[in-house]
Design a protein around this ligand. Structure first.
Ligand SMILES: [Zn+2]
Length: 392
């Protein structure tokens, strides 16, 4: 609430006239008053009135200024928000249960010990796509990004007329927010693709890569991309490419759209945990997937982890929006819980979930310490591999 000061000019006038009267000199005072009454007093009254008017105007100006300042300050605080959206791709309830029990067992923790994820568990969602009882990551992420159901394989394209749907990331960018995507698989894979590109089938990685750097109809909508899938950004005449064409997407990204490009662990370390990042930044640290955490932990000098990339992205976006009255939107995906499920590899799966739990905690810590208000929304799209943790 702003404050309003009301001033009555008559009160000021009366206060300035108030004179203490004593009994023993009442007559003298009365005489003086009579004499004064006889003198022309209009000049004195005019002066007092003018003084009261000026004082009132000054107070009104101060009141209005104070109110304006309060409203401006309040506006900038309440309008600025950060939204972090996390996806544990392919993580069903059994995956969470197995990981919780695994950690209790290997770390000798009590059987009521829980994961960070458990402490923030809110509810469940029904997931099915427009053409299948089991949604895939593409239809799942189209539902997350556009808020609309589509067919399996759709990258933010709707069934029927195959029209693209606007995504939350595109809307955030248009509203002046900074935007980011962090994954452990190809950055062109279904989940990240659904936030920043539109193609009829998820296999069209070559097109997705081009749209993600800024070649889509909306231009560049992403400010930060960290993950794998480097091969989709290299011309097929280049070693390590998996493109069908000879388009040097990483080159176009840098030359046409000004992306800072990092393609190895050294490049990631140069970002200094987000302290030294020039946006837009494209960090592709693996040809395709970043290895399962089970393996990556022994190759930490080659590949950054999900939690490392998460912290770097959060800090980079926080710095980039420091002087802005808008915050950022960041999507973080633990992409490979899904892959471990598909290949029925519980050893890999529990480590993927544990790393996701760690990244989740990193986001909570960020939100706790950040001066900007923020919200974390986390969900899964589907379950893969049919993992069960039941008695047979
Ligand atoms: Zn998925």
């Amino acid at each position: 609430m702003g404050c309003v000061i009301l001033v009555n000019p008559n009160k000021l006038f009366q206060a300035s006239e108030a004179t203490p009267l004593l009994d023993d000199n009442r007559d003298d005072v009365a005489d003086d008053a009579n004499k004064q009454e006889k003198r022309p007093s209009h000049l004195r009254e005019l002066a007092l009135f003018a003084w009261a008017l000026v004082a009132t105007a000054a107070i009104v100006v101060i009141a209005v200024w104070t109110q304006h300042q309060a409203q401006t300050a309040r506006g900038s605080r309440s309008d600025k928000r950060n939204l972090i959206f996390m996806v544990s791709d392919g993580m069903g309830p059994a995956s969470l249960s197995l990981t919780r029990s695994f950690r209790q067992y290997v770390e000798g923790l009590p059987e009521d010990d829980t994961l960070t994820l458990d402490k923030h568990f809110w509810g469940t969602s029904r997931t099915r796509s427009s053409n299948s009882l089991v949604t895939d990551s593409a239809a799942g992420a189209t539902a997350f990004s556009c808020g609309l159901k589509s067919y399996n394989g759709a990258i933010s394209i709707l069934p029927g007329e195959y029209e693209p749907c606007g995504t939350v990331l595109e809307a955030a960018k248009r509203a002046g927010y900074h935007t980011g995507l962090v994954v452990t698989t190809d950055i062109t894979d279904a989940t990240p693709a659904c936030f920043a590109s539109h193609v009829v089938m998820r296999v069209l990685n070559d097109d997705i890569a081009l749209q993600e750097i800024g070649e889509g109809v909306l231009g560049r909508v992403v400010d930060l991309m960290l993950g794998g899938g480097r091969c989709h950004f290299l011309a097929n005449s280049t070693e390590g490419s998996c493109r069908m064409d000879d388009v040097d997407v990483a080159g176009i990204a840098q030359e046409k759209y000004g992306w800072t490009y990092a393609d190895d662990r050294e490049g990631f370390d140069a970002l200094k945990g987000g302290e030294d990042v020039t946006l837009p930044v494209l960090g592709l640290f693996a040809r395709n997937d970043i290895p399962f955490e089970l393996d990556r932990r022994n190759m930490a000098d080659v590949y950054p982890s999900l939690s490392e990339m998460t912290k770097t992205a959060l800090r980079a976006l926080e710095k980039a929006t420091e002087k802005s009255d808008k915050g950022f939107f960041l999507m973080i995906e633990a992409s490979r819980i899904d892959h471990a499920g598909h290949i029925n590899d519980p050893a890999a799966q529990v480590r993927e979930v544990l790393e996701y739990d760690k990244a989740f905690q990193a986001v909570l810590d960020f939100l706790h310490d950040s001066k900007t208000e923020g919200i974390l929304v986390a969900t899964s799209d589907h379950e893969t591999g049919g993992l069960a943790t039941a008695l047979r």
